[in-house]
Ligand binder design. Sequence first.
Ligand code: MN
Length: 256
Amino acid sequence: MRILITNDDGIRADGLWSLAEVAQEFGQVVVVAPDHERSACGHSMTMRNPLRVRPVRHPSIEAYEVDGVPVDCVNVGLTVAYPDGCDLVLSGINHGPNLGFDITYSGTAAGAMEGAINGIRSVALSMAVFVVDAPLHFETAQHWIRENWAFLTESPLPELTFLNVNVPSIDPVELRGTRVVQMGQRVYEDRVERREDPWGRPYYWQGGVVVMDPDQPGTDVNAVSEGFVSVTPISLDWTNHQAVEELRRQLRRRSC
Ligand code: MN
C-alpha cells in the first residue's frame, strides 16, 4: 500500500511522525509536510508563488518539506513521490481537536479533502486535547490506528468522502471505544480580542475559546467528550439537497 502523509502543524510536529511510524507498519510511507505550522489555513492553496520542496533526513522514512499548505503538500507529494498515484492519504495527527465547524478552518481536514478530490482514500486524524499544553497522548492514537487499520482503510465509502477522526487525548486504557457520528457544533466566544502594542496602537488577535459544545448525542463533540474516538464521514458535496427541492418549489411558484 502506497501512503502519503501530510499535516498542518509542520514537518517537525510529533503527531506527524507518530502517524508515519504506525502507517509504516502497513505500507510504503512518504511524508510531505509544510516547513512550518500552518494550522487553520483551511482548504487554501498556493497559486501566486512557487513551491520549494526540500528532502528531509529521516532514518527510515522518505520525507519532504514544502513552503506551502497541506493542499500544496498533497499535490506536490503526488507529483514528486507518487507520480502513478497512491492508495491512501493520511493527514495529522493534529495537535488539537477538529470537531464540528472546526473542520472548515482545519488544514488537517483540508489535507484529507485534497486526497479525496484526487480520488484517493483519505483520513484526517486529530488529537482531541482541549487545554493548552496538556499532554498529547499520541500513543493512544497510534494504538487505535493499529487496531482499526482495516476499518479505516477498507470500509466502503461513497465517492468524494473522507473520514474525520478525533482521538481523545487520554491514556489508552481509558479509551471507551469508537463511535461513527455526525459533525456537531462548537460555539466560540471572544473570537477577536483587541490588544495594544507597546506604542499603544491597537491590534487584534483572533482565536477565541469554546464556550459551549452543545451536548447533542450522536455528534463528534459528544463522542469525544465521553471518551470515544469519533469517526465522521465528510462529503465534498456541500449541497443541501433538502434546500434544493424547496428552492425549486419556490422558483416554480414565483416564476409562473
Ligand atoms: Mn494543526
